[in-house]
Design a protein around this ligand. Structure first.
Ligand SMILES: *Cc1c(COP(=O)(O)O)cnc(C)c1O
Length: 360
């Protein structure tokens, strides 16, 4: 093997470049482990699969693109997938358990320590995709992760203007080969993203903690409208269109007691993404265009709030599901916008039902 590349000798941008190395130095400190950056979140996943070359990857639902990357490895190397909830005995030494938490698109959280134990008992590695809970909200290494992955395109970037992937690895001895692999995978992050990334991480903790508390406020007030005792117009509109809200802050069983794993795992908030399951798909399709503070768009993690009818991006998702990424606007404004939108779609679908009734 060639000697490790010296990150202070910037010979060619695909090896190292000054702003990328600076961003990696800051991230290594934030993520509490040696950290490499890549051209995108998916290329970071591709890189760790290439480096570890596992026979099996245990994976749940979650971001559809990650399944696409694993499918490439299945084609090239015969990598087999296992369900996340597989029996530990199905895992072999060197396999990967890939845990996304909180998970896309619902925002529900999984117990990292539980999956770390399962992986380690078989000599497998736990890779945590922590995109939905960046530093400031969650440190998967504290709960047994071997590798922490991020789509830096989302919260680390935070301004919807950069594409980046991140791998932090517990074992520093992996890094030289991983840098070498990155040279030949050719999936190095561009230098300008490094500059944007350094700009972004200056405000990371403040952004994500506020976005997360905004989300929690909105989730709690919508949940109160849905399940509270009140019977006003807002409650009626909400109950007419909304079936269920999903967010880690609503995982009541997992939050109970002083030993709650979820409270330990996410001590500073439960993440800025949550989802709404509407009463039917027509309501879900129509709601985004009624809102003034939310753009209807995919992606997440920026300081502006987004809402997405998720089936447009991932056809496997329930067609009644809307994914919301909460930004830095006032949460009262955002909540008010949603509830006003509920009232408008309610009227619209009720009228639609009436005229359909007439024509039938
Ligand atoms: C967006 C996303 C990815 C992929 O990241 P890219 O930067 O778009 O390649 C992976 N995992 C999760 C959870 C994501 O939300």
């Amino acid at each position: 093997m060639q000697a490790p590349l010296d990150a202070t000798q910037h010979i060619y941008s695909r090896h190292t470049n000054p702003s990328g190395s600076r961003f990696e130095a800051i991230l290594s400190s934030l993520l509490h482990a040696p950290t490499l950056t890549y051209a995108s979140g998916l290329s970071a996943l591709h890189a760790i699969l290439t480096y570890l070359n596992p026979r099996h990857v245990a994976i749940g639902d979650g971001y559809h693109g990650s399944h696409g990357v694993i499918a490439l490895h299945t084609r090239l190397a015969g990598t087999k997938t296992l369900p996340l909830e597989c029996d530990a005995s199905e895992l072999e030494k060197g396999d990967i358990v890939l845990l996304e938490t909180p998970v896309n698109p619902t925002g529900l959280a999984f117990n990292i320590e539980k999956y770390a134990k399962k992986a380690h008992e078989r000599g497998a590695y736990l890779v945590v995709d922590s995109t939905f809970a960046p530093p400031g909200l969650q440190d998967p290494f504290l709960h047994g992760a071997d590798v922490v992955m991020h789509s830096g395109t989302k919260y680390l970037g935070g301004h919807s203007d950069m594409l980046c992937g991140v791998l932090a690895v517990k074992r520093a001895e992996w890094v030289p080969q991983m840098i070498q692999d990155r040279v030949f995978l050719g999936n190095m992050m561009g230098g300008l993203e490094g500059w944007l990334g350094v700009r972004s991480v200056r405000s990371l903790e403040v952004r994500v903690q506020r976005q997360s508390s905004n989300a929690e406020h909105i989730v709690r007030s919508l949940d109160n409208l849905l399940h509270g005792k009140g019977g006003g117009g807002e409650e009626e509109d909400t109950r007419a269109v909304l079936e269920r809200i999903e967010h880690a802050s609503l995982q009541k069983d997992d939050l109970e007691g002083p030993d709650s794993w979820l409270r330990k795992q996410m001590p500073n908030g439960f993440g800025p993404v949550f989802s709404l399951r509407m009463k039917d798909q027509e309501i879900a399709r129509r709601l985004p265009s009624k809102l003034r503070f939310f753009h209807h768009a995919t992606s997440l993690g920026g300081v502006e709030s987004l809402i997405e009818w998720r089936t447009l991006t991932d056809a496997t998702i329930d067609r009644r599901l809307l994914r919301i990424s909460v930004g830095l606007e006032s949460w009262e404004d955002l909540k008010g916008d949603l509830v006003r939108g509920f009232g408008e779609v309610r009227k619209e679908v009720e009228q639609l039902a009436k005229s359909n009734g007439k024509s039938a």
